[in-house]
Design a protein around this ligand. Structure first.
Ligand code: PEP
Length: 235
């Protein structure tokens, strides 16, 4: 297959040292499908601790990063700092930060979002293509291997409402076709497009059966041992 399954765990604003210890324990003990790429995104303050404690087979991501290396930007964290503590990835919800993060050597998970009113007014395609273009314009030809897109319908995040497999597959197919028509056939074939929004042990297998859903970005369920089953959804 041209694309490995890829599952990211976004811990959002959750966890303390003890709870993170529990997550690291179940990730370390769990039987993770070796053909699935797994990446966990703890809150910034725990990034180095998690990187030092997790097995190296599990990637670590920052949940956000800033768009310049250093300066008078109070409270921000730069890609250079993230790399400096050994962390390889950043989830990036703001397209304007993608180019700098890639230049700094991070791998990125840019999020492509869709609001409920956009879906209901038939604007989904327009809004996801606009975001994909803004991101793609900041990616150099040799950087595509460091990009995993996450399609995240905002109405499905933390709401318990999941996009149906057919709804997610439809958008993923459109995003891949856009890459084919506007970047290259090779990039379209190889770039992973993962789905995020209330993925659980109940819906992950059905979603994972869709050929264009290359994995998940998991929020709430990534804090629990359920996450192992979601990582293994293709098995
Ligand atoms: C997320 O945090 O990216 C997410 C999709 O959250 P949840 O799985 O809880 O909807």
């Amino acid at each position: 297959a041209p694309r490995n399954f890829f599952v990211g765990g976004n811990w959002q604003l959750n966890g303390n040292k003890q709870e993170i210890g529990n997550i690291i324990n179940f990730l370390t003990a769990g039987n993770l499908d070796p053909s699935t790429e797994v990446v966990c995104a703890p809150p910034t303050i725990y990034l180095e601790h998690v990187r030092k404690t997790l097995p190296s087979s599990v990637g670590v991501a920052a949940q956000n990063c800033y768009k310049v290396p250093k300066g008078a930007f109070t409270g921000e964290t730069s890609p250079a700092m993230i790399k400096d503590v050994g962390v390889e990835w950043a989830i990036i919800a703001n397209w304007a930060k993608v180019g700098h993060a890639l230049e700094a050597g991070l791998k990125v998970i840019p999020c492509i979002e869709e609001k409920l009113e956009e879906r209901e007014s038939g604007k989904t395609e327009e809004v996801v293509f606009r975001q994909l273009k803004a991101i793609a314009d900041n990616i150099k030809p040799n950087q595509w291997q460091n990009v995993v897109f996450a399609y995240e319908p905002v109405w499905a995040i933390g709401t318990g409402k999941t996009a149906s497999p057919a709804q997610a597959q439809e958008i993923h197919v459109k995003l891949r076709k856009w890459l084919n028509d506007n970047v290259s056939a090779d990039v379209a074939r190889k770039t992973q497009i993962i789905y995020g929004g209330s993925v659980t042990t109940d819906n992950c297998r059905e979603l994972a059966r869709e050929r264009n859903i290359d994995g998940f970005l998991v929020g709430g369920a990534s804090l629990k041992p359920d996450f192992i089953q979601i990582v293994n959804a293709r098995q």
